[in-house]
Ligand binder design. Structure first.
Ligand code: ATP
Ligand code: MG
Length: 177
């Protein structure tokens, strides 16, 4: 059996992650897990009282089971942090799967135009984002570097964590069965 792939959609709001994730879903037969498709119907908000983290953890738990069964999975999370992505690369490897970071880059003007248009056309699926918020998010985003994007990527766990398992359990407690 060929190794299943865990696709990690990485990018800022409006960069085109969900659009590309839907294409990948059809190209690779992967199961697509997009938190907004759960948060909005459940809570009417993209995040509320930290529940997005709870949901993301549970989606990682589902992803783990699917990968163990040989199914490709797409996590359409955004994943702004390098350590978040490294932990998920480690998780995939520990399950005999391959992780692939799919980075969607977007310049600020295009991003603003896209999120503004999306909000106008489908306000129920998203929320309003202004220029200041987009600037702050861009400053916080850790773009993937070449090593992450080119094949096997196995950085050591960050200071303070013994293992990636510990780090993952701390970041997404609900990802652990
Ligand atoms: N390559 C593209 N060219 C032009 N428009 C695009 C492209 N990719 C996405 N869009 C449009 O930009 C808007 C945002 O795209 P999308 O919802 O895929 O972004 P996203 O990264 O998933 O955002 P979010 O993080 O807010 O979920 C959508 O209206 C989409 O149709
Ligand atoms: Mg999206």
């Amino acid at each position: 059996m060929t190794k299943p792939t865990l696709f990690l959609m990485v990018g800022l709001p409006g960069s085109g992650k969900s659009t590309r994730a839907r294409e990948l879903e059809h190209e690779s037969g992967a199961m697509r897990l997009s938190p907004d498709e759960w948060m909005m119907p459940l809570f009417g908000l993209s995040d509320v009282d930290g529940r997005r983290d709870v949901l993301e953890g549970r989606l990682i738990w589902v992803a783990t089971q699917a990968l163990q069964r040989g199914t490709n999975v797409i996590l359409d999370f955004g994943l702004w942090g390098r350590d978040e992505r490294a932990a998920l690369h480690w998780l995939a490897a520990s399950l005999g799967a391959t992780a692939q970071t799919v980075f969607l880059d977007v310049d600020p003007e295009t991003q603003l135009a896209r999120v503004t248009q999306r909000w106008r056309e489908a306000p129920g699926d998203t929320w309003e984002m202004d220029r200041d918020a987009l600037e702050n998010w861009r400053a916080a985003f850790q773009a993937p570097e070449r090593d992450e994007l080119s094949g096997s990527w196995t950085p050591p766990p960050p200071n303070g964590a013994e293992t990636w398992h510990d780090w993952l359990s701390d970041r997404w407690p609900t990802s652990i069965p």
